[in-house]
Design a protein around this ligand. Structure first.
Ligand code: ZN
Length: 1113
């Protein structure tokens, strides 16, 4: 076992600095006392996909979209750094760096090693991508930092250790990320974007740099220096020396008529002087670069060399006490630290972000909902295969597929990926990458399952363990076989009971567990809304439910047999089904076909039931404006100086025009197809299902629309006014309703004319428009009961309650969002309760913390709000809640969304957006997603917890949803049940589950393990864990603790102390809005030290270990 795995040299030692070489803080040019120190920081911001795909950016293809090629940037920068030892550069996105690195010759690699050893090339951030902070889950953030930093560490050793977080472009900043970065050992964090009102106030009061407490429970260990950059991440105006810019070079030939040194130096000095007045120390940082800059690095360096030289000359001559030098964010931070300023404090977060009075970047919290869902599913698969590779002791040759999935998930966290702010073709590429990576990585799961079943991972498999598309209730293996095996993996280190739903055809089924017991099951017809999802390719008409009792880290298999074939019905069914078969693609291709432009799907017809009464309420395009005017007037003024725009405006107008035309043509075509083919291409809707069914339990339809169901103390009654959910024995009830906001449309030339788009949410109404109920039905069963409602505008919902659970699941199918009226729409669901929350509500921070929000309020400045709806939206990564004295109503989401509580008692969540205009922040496309040629249909769910003693329990509930059991199905037509019994069908790797502990990470780590344990104790108590008592087959020989990202020994990390203004409050949530509760935090270290053999994890703490281990039987 090699304990130098952090930065172990490969063969020749390229990483240890030679005599005279210095890296890290030691390599910094020392700031001069009594001088204004100007830190010139050359940098490039390389989006891991945005307007172009990751590979298009890397190779520089499609330069007609954007002139950007990352390989040229790195090539060019390395040459320029080599030329002149004063020059420095920082690099951020390890996804790109790694791709480039692996393609370099030995000679170039050696040069890069030297540059890193000498501190001339420094890594900041260093994660696989610069992750978004609203839609990214903390588990995925930690993973993608770990992955990027591991590559740097393994390659370059400690000289490549990034010291600062570099989140200069994400659109708002989360408190949890601050906490995570502190736990990863970063000394500081730099931000580019903060609300324009916040920034204004901070500039005025010199509060641009602060001490941010990341987590109240973790206290001072979560504190991190945070600096907001003066000019986002751009150079001073006029000083961009790039092929992408048009600024004047420094001309220093006195004989040239263009000579401009004096003028340029004066301009520059005046700028830095202004900037320095807004900061507390005698240091300023200048970010010399931007999006994909430095493709021809010599342009920058030639001019920066001169700027530095001539400014210093002038300063020396005129005793200006200013000094310029090449620097890095690390070195700037060190200089600030040495100046020892007193810092203001912060305990809330930087959401939402507004760049002007009408541009609230709260739309992206919900943009591209299917991508957001897929990203979450990707995490589930990643955690599973990481665990199984270790638990099942699988061969190392699996590791490349594991790495592929780690990389794909790292890319997905990028601030133009999971956010949905990329171009549509880039979305498709992200999905392609992730889909391929999941499919490749599943070899690990299959080997593990096979090893459990047969005792040998590599023995020919008996079962296929197919991935199913359960979000659309489709699964090839279960719907095409008369007997099949369902295998369920529980990735949590505690036991869960889960109601499993398997897509099947009509019939009768028996479910057997591994002991041969027949489990209670219930067959339920699939709603027509789900059957009609255009991307769905499935023969399943029903869903078979049973309850799986799953131990911690276990697999459980169930044998399911179709026990009777209802001959008469079946014949009819099969006929219809065979027709549908024609375009039944390989289900296991999963997402691959999702976005194909296939126009034959009869079930995917754009519905024509746009409610005309509602239409009147929607503001129309002014009558005086004909369609052509509309396009002509459509400008695309991008006030964001950083986003490349150029000729995009015209292109965008054309694209949009094309899109609308295509849309109309498609609707017309599908309408014609339907007219001609109706007879031979039956559309199996819900009603036909019911007619075919002879099981009276299945569905009852009520003419008067008044239905009710009840289970577990939850009563749901629905009438023409909607669904009302009442919790018995508690004074709590709430109604469910759906609304839409018509999207604002303007030319984007002025703030007030901003369109709603991929980034921006801007409703063109002060009240949302409610959708009306068309029909309703109910199902009452042993395991689940539900009420199904169809509403206008293609909105369908199911409210489901369970025999064994006390939550309520709210499923919905939304879309295509009708746009025939030329108006984009944003759909929300609203829960309106009798709970009095007096303007306060709670949203999570990256799925981990809970942050209090107050309507029309910000904790640190006086808010002026011109967008009262959009400006009150917050990111909901995982949950949102309202609370009164005796009740809490909380909603756990299946993916990231935007949410709010605009009125007392309400929770509102945005579910789907379809917009027809760009919001002019660079993406250059309207957020108008289509699949199979029509507007995208989204299925999703929310889990409502109406009764709970305290909100702190939310994390565990959210975790159960986040890391839900993963279901695989295998055809067993050739496997008799008696042969199946001979396999091992139930196995747990857990010795016992430890109460209050979440196994956050278990993954192979070179020849060892990386293990993370998180304290999720509901009562904020420390927990003690005997690591050897967690896993059955793993004996721990030795452990060593690291910082959160696993790239530095914990003992080697020393936290900086800062002077601060006043004290932190003990709890931000208690203090916010409650003048009497501002109890100050006690910042003394408590001494919960590890005991012999026991690890002590403090409340909410995550501890990370590298573990040397052996397998035992
Ligand atoms: Zn970016």
């Amino acid at each position: 076992m090699c304990w130098n795995i952090l930065g172990v040299p490969h063969g020749h030692d390229w990483n240890t600095p030679r005599p005279g070489e210095k890296c890290g803080y030691e390599s910094c040019t020392k700031a001069k006392e009594g001088f204004l120190n100007v830190h010139i920081v050359p940098h490039t911001h390389d989006d891991v996909g945005w307007l172009k795909t990751v590979d298009q950016y890397y190779y520089g293809s499609r330069n007609d979209i954007q002139k950007a090629g990352v390989q040229y940037i790195l090539d060019s920068v390395i040459k320029e750094l080599w030329e002149n030892s004063n020059r420095r550069f920082i690099y951020v996105e390890t996804a790109f760096f790694w791709k480039w690195w692996t393609q370099q010759s030995d000679a170039v690699q050696r040069k890069v090693h030297a540059l890193v050893r000498q501190g001339r090339l420094e890594f900041v951030g260093g994660a696989w991508s610069m992750n978004d902070e609203a839609a990214a889950h903390y588990q995925s953030i930690i993973d993608q930092f770990t992955w990027g930093l591991k590559k740097l560490n393994d390659t370059f050793g400690s000289c490549a250790l990034p010291r600062v977080g570099w989140q200069i472009d994400p659109f708002g900043h989360s408190r949890e990320l601050a906490s995570l970065l502190a736990a990863m050992g970063y000394d500081g964090l730099f931000l580019g974007r903060l609300d324009y009102q916040d920034k204004r106030a901070r500039l005025a009061e010199k509060r641009m740099e602060m001490l941010w407490r990341g987590d109240d429970d973790l206290g001072k260990t979560s504190d991190i220096f945070t600096g907001a950059l003066y000019n986002t991440y751009s150079p001073p105006p006029g000083f961009c020396f790039d092929v992408l810019c048009n600024d004047e070079p420094i001309v220093d030939d006195v004989n040239s008529p263009m000579y401009n040194v004096d003028k340029r130096v004066s301009e520059f000095l005046s700028y830095v002087e202004t900037q320095s007045q807004r900061y507390r120390t005698n240091n300023v940082i200048l970010t010399m670069g931007g999006d994909f800059t430095y493709q021809d690095a010599s342009m920058w360096y030639i001019n920066l060399d001169k700027l530095i030289e001539y400014t210093n000359l002038k300063a020396a001559k005129e005793n200006l006490n200013v000094t310029l030098f090449y620097s890095t964010p690390n070195c700037y931070l060190k200089a600030v630290k040495d100046a020892d300023p007193v810092l203001p404090t912060k305990q809330d977060d930087f959401f939402p972000y507004a760049s002007d009075p009408n541009a609230y970047w709260t739309g992206y919290f919900s943009s591209r909902p299917t991508t957001k869902y897929f990203e979450r599913e990707g995490n589930n698969y990643l955690q599973m295969v990481k665990q199984l590779q270790v638990l099942a002791d699988l061969p190392d040759h699996n590791l490349p597929v594991l790495d592929e999935l780690r990389s794909a998930m790292g890319v997905m966290q990028h601030h133009d990926a999971v956010t949905g702010t990329e171009k549509e073709h880039v979305t498709h590429d992200y999905e392609r990458l992730l889909d391929q990576a999941i499919e490749d990585a599943l070899i690990i799961a299959r080997q593990a399952f096979n090893k459990v079943a047969q005792g040998d991972a590599l023995k020919p498999t008996v079962l296929s363990y197919d991935r199913c598309r359960l979000n659309e209730t489709s699964c090839s293996a279960s719907e095409n076989s008369n007997q099949f095996v369902v295998t369920v993996y529980n990735p949590l280190a505690f036991a869960v009971d889960e109601t499993i739903g398997v897509p099947v055809r009509d019939g009768e089924y028996s479910v057997y567990d591994s002991e041969g017991t027949v489990l209670k099951s219930q067959l339920l017809d699939i709603t027509s809304a789900v059957l009609n999802i255009p991307t769905r390719r499935s023969k399943a008409t029903h869903e078979l439910f049973f309850i799986a009792k799953l131990e911690a880290l276990s697999i459980n298999s169930y044998y399911i047999k179709k026990t009777s074939k209802k001959a008469k019905r079946q014949t009819g069914n099969n006929k219809k089904m065979d027709d549908i078969n024609e375009y039944n693609a390989n289900i296991n291709n999963y997402w691959r076909n999702v976005k194909d432009k296939i126009e034959i799907d009869m079930r995917s017809l754009e519905k024509q039931d746009v409610d005309n009464t509602n239409k009147k309420m929607v503001p129309d395009i002014p009558a005086t404006m004909n369609r052509e005017d509309k396009f002509v007037n459509r400008g695309n003024i991008d006030i964001n100086v950083l986003k490349d725009k150029g000729e995009r405006a015209n292109q965008d107008v054309e694209e949009f025009e094309k899109l609308l035309e295509e849309e109309n043509r498609r609707i017309e075509t599908t309408r014609r197809i339907r007219a001609g083919f109706d007879k031979s291409y039956p559309n199996l809707n819900g009603e036909e299902m019911r007619m075919l069914s002879d099981d009276p339990m299945i569905v009852e339809q009520y003419e008067d629309n008044e239905v009710s169901i009840q289970k577990n103390g939850i009563h749901i009654a629905a009438d023409n006014n909607g669904e009302r959910i009442t919790i018995q024995n508690r004074d709590l009830s709430f109604d469910l309703s759906f609304f839409y906001y018509p999207g604002c449309y303007g030319d984007n030339r002025e703030f007030i004319n901003r369109s709603s788009g991929a980034y921006i949410f801007r409703p063109n109404a002060t009240e949302a428009i409610e959708l009306e109920t068309i029909n309703r039905s109910k199902v009452d069963g042993d395991i689940v009961s539900e009420i199904r409602t169809t509403r206008t505008h293609n909105v369908n919902s199911v409210i489901r309650i369970y025999e064994t659970s006390t939550y309520i699941d709210h499923y919905f199918v939304i879309g295509p969002i009708p746009i025939e009226d030329g108006i984009g729409k944003e759909y929300v669901s609203r829960y309106t309760s009798n709970l009095r929350n007096t303007g306060g509500f709670y949203t999570d921070s990256n799925g981990r913390q809970i942050i209090k929000r107050k309507i029309n309020n910000r904790p640190q400045w006086n808010l002026t709000i011109e967008e009262p709806i959009a400006g009150n939206y917050y990111p909901v990564t995982n949950f949102i809640a309202i609370q009164s004295e005796d009740n809490i109503l909380s909603v756990v989401t299946d993916r990231s969304r935007g949410g709010t509580s605009l009125k007392d008692g309400e929770i509102e969540l945005m579910l789907h957006r379809r917009l027809l205009h760009d919001d002019a922040f660079g993406v250059g496309e309207a957020l108008n997603e289509t699949a199979n040629g029509i507007g995208l249909v989204v299925r999703g769910y929310q889990r409502i917890y109406p009764v709970q003693p305290e909100g702190k329990l939310m994390n565990v509930k959210a975790l159960k949803n986040h890391l839900h059991p993963i279901v695989f199905v295998s055809n067993a037509d050739n496997l008799d049940i008696n042969d199946w019994y001979k396999l091992r069908n139930k196995y747990t790797w857990a010795q016992r589950s430890v109460d209050g502990v979440h196994l956050l990470t278990l993954e192979p780590w070179n020849e060892n393990l990386l293990l993370r344990l998180e304290n999720i104790n509901a009562f904020k108590k420390s927990v003690k864990v005997d690591l050897n008592s967690i896993l059955k087959n793993i004996k721990i020989k030795r452990i060593k603790e690291t910082t959160l990202a696993g790239n530095q020994w914990l003992n080697d990390n020393h936290k900086w102390e800062w002077r601060k203004e006043g004290k932190f409050v003990k709890s931000f949530n208690d203090a916010y809005g409650n003048a009497g509760y501002d109890v100050k935090a006690d910042d003394d270290d408590d001494d919960d030290t590890d005991e012999k053999g026991l690890i002590v994890i403090k409340p909410r703490q995550i501890r990370t270990f590298i573990v040397e281990y052996d397998y035992v039987n």
